[in-house]
Design a protein. Structure first.
Length: 256
């Protein structure tokens, strides 16, 4: 299977963007694409109510290309159905190809925020953008920033290690769905996801009620609007959803 990679670095000429095709077992480049070629997809400057709501901003301007067009051009033609979004800060998002098309997702190559707003260090291109006029579910993964690599994957294979837990314990299916849509991007589990945040199973003993309470209290502080990361993940996760996540993480098979 071939995969699509994105890399970014600083050169004497500014930011250079490169797309590289490689096989699953080698990093030998097949094709290289520069920023100019990425912009050949036709860029537009748009506003996104979805993005502004997530960041608590107003009137942000995003220079974007169509992610659907990028997918169509680089699709390896094999049995893949999602894009894995690896980021410079060890965040890892994932979006299905069906969602890319259904919500007409865009890829921001420039982000302009009004000067009165504080901009966190992680808010850099490439950024996934939900355009106005579509009804995408309100989830953190649709605001993935600082992307360094896009890789075609198969969703069933990607989630298999975690899915096995919910498959054998249906009562924890809701928690599995909530964790994969809100948490796994920063908190890896069973070898899946990003490593921007702590490995939760090493920090909390979810089999104990006091530890589950502590988990919820820390979440409110760290991931609230005024949290250090400014990700404001709490807006995506209700108390009910957080309880479902804690129940899912009680399964002893998740302990490393």
């Amino acid at each position: 299977m071939r995969q699509l990679f994105y890399r970014q670095w600083m050169s004497g000429f500014g930011v250079v963007l490169v797309f590289i095709f490689a096989s699953s077992f080698t990093s030998v480049p097949r094709d290289v694409f520069t920023m100019a070629e990425l912009e050949s997809f036709e860029t537009r400057t748009i506003k996104s109510v979805y993005f502004d709501r997530a960041m608590d901003y107003k009137d942000s301007r995003l220079r974007v290309v169509s992610l659907s067009q990028v997918v169509e051009r680089f699709h390896p033609g094999t049995n893949v159905d999602a894009l894995l979004l690896n980021c410079f800060d060890d965040y890892q998002g994932i979006i299905s190809l069906d969602e890319v098309r259904r919500y007409d997702l865009r890829l921001a190559i420039a982000i302009e925020v009004r000067p009165e707003y504080k901009r966190p260090g992680w808010l850099n291109p490439l950024l996934t953008v939900v355009p106005d006029g579509v009804q995408a579910p309100y989830q953190e993964r649709f605001v993935t920033a600082n992307i360094r690599e896009l890789r075609f994957v198969h969703l069933e294979d990607y989630y298999a290690p975690m899915k096995e837990i919910s498959r054998t314990n249906p009562e924890r299916e809701a928690g599995f769905q909530a964790f994969k849509n809100n948490c796994v991007f920063c908190h890896s589990l069973k070898g899946i996801g990003g490593n921007k945040g702590a490995r939760l199973m090493l920090v909390y003993d979810f089999s104990r009620e006091p530890e589950r309470i502590r988990f919820k209290e820390v979440f409110a502080v760290v991931h609230g609007k005024e949290g250090a990361s400014q990700q404001h993940i709490a807006q995506f996760v209700t108390d009910e959803v957080l309880q479902a996540i804690a129940r899912f993480l009680q399964d002893p098979r998740l302990v490393p």
